[in-house]
Design a protein around this ligand. Structure first.
Ligand SMILES: Nc1ncnc2c1ncn2[C@@H]1O[C@H](COP(=O)(O)OP(=O)(O)O)[C@@H](O)[C@H]1O
Ligand SMILES: Cc1cn([C@H]2C[C@H](O)[C@@H](COP(=O)(O)O)O2)c(=O)[nH]c1=O
Ligand SMILES: [Zn+2]
Length: 207
């Protein structure tokens, strides 16, 4: 379990900023872990701001909500830069669904940390094709702490690192949950991708 480092948020101690990344597949507990860290910061009476990309309206327009219905109030923002103004004076900034922001998120997180803010970012490290997702790889590079969490493979029960898309869309962004995605381990993800490409080839052959 992640234990907060001493942040210099006490009296007479200068504020010290840093970046934490929580990454993994869908259903791996990223949002639960983000909420856990943020609620602890609130208990410690730190000033906490939480953001998510405005396009993420899956469970709630304003709240960050986990798959098991744990939630915390957030501010949806269309652009990462808006956080710089809105987070003024915060001790801790939490960001969920970070993969949906563009690369400017990296500079925003660095600036927040440089001015003494603890930044906790949660997001998908890989998309439905198993490719690195948006600003996540660069965020992991600049973070002081990276925590990779795992789901349970729905096919075999092993630990899962992949988000297998069961819905037909090939768009990079497709909001959804169990209706559209399954947590899968590497072998089960690969066999699913092979089945898909076999089915695509057969459909092409028919036409
Ligand atoms: N395949 C799965 N593996 C693990 N947890 C799952 C799975 N499917 C549903 N869940 C639920 O999802 C919760 C994690 O939700 P959440 O924190 O929102 O994950 P994430 O943000 O990584 O998608 C788990 O505590 C569990 O209740
Ligand atoms: C893999 C993948 C996911 N998405 C979407 C689906 C969900 O709305 C979010 C991920 O939410 P979670 O909190 O991690 O469960 O992202 C997508 O748009 N594209 C993808 O490739
Ligand atoms: Zn598996």
């Amino acid at each position: 379990m992640f234990i907060e480092p001493r942040g210099g948020h006490g009296r007479d101690v200068p504020r010290r900023g840093w970046i934490e990344v929580v990454c993994g597949s869908m259903f791996s507990g990223k949002t639960e872990e983000l909420i856990r860290r943020l609620k602890r910061a609130k208990i410690a009476r730190q000033r906490v701001e939480i953001f998510k990309p405005a396009l993420d309206t899956r469970y709630h327009v304003q709240d960050v909500v986990s798959h098991n219905a744990n939630s915390i109030r957030s501010t949806p923002v269309p652009l990462a830069q808006e956080m710089l103004l809105l987070a003024g004076g915060s001790d801790v900034v939490g960001i969920d669904e970070a993969q949906f922001f563009d690369e400017t998120l990296v500079e925003v997180c660095v600036q927040l940390a440089n001015r003494g803010t603890r930044v906790i970012v949660a997001g998908l490290d890989m998309d439905f094709q198993g490719r690195p997702f948006g600003p996540m790889p660069a965020l992991m590079a600049v973070a002081e702490f990276v925590t990779k969490v795992h789901a349970v493979c729905v096919c075999c029960g092993e630990i899962a690192s992949y988000s297998f898309r069961v819905a037909a869309s090939e768009d990079k962004i497709l909001l959804g949950e169990t209706d559209a995605y399954e947590a899968r381990c590497r072998p089960c993800f690969l066999s699913g991708m092979q089945e898909k490409s076999g089915a695509d080839a057969a459909a092409e052959h028919k036409h």
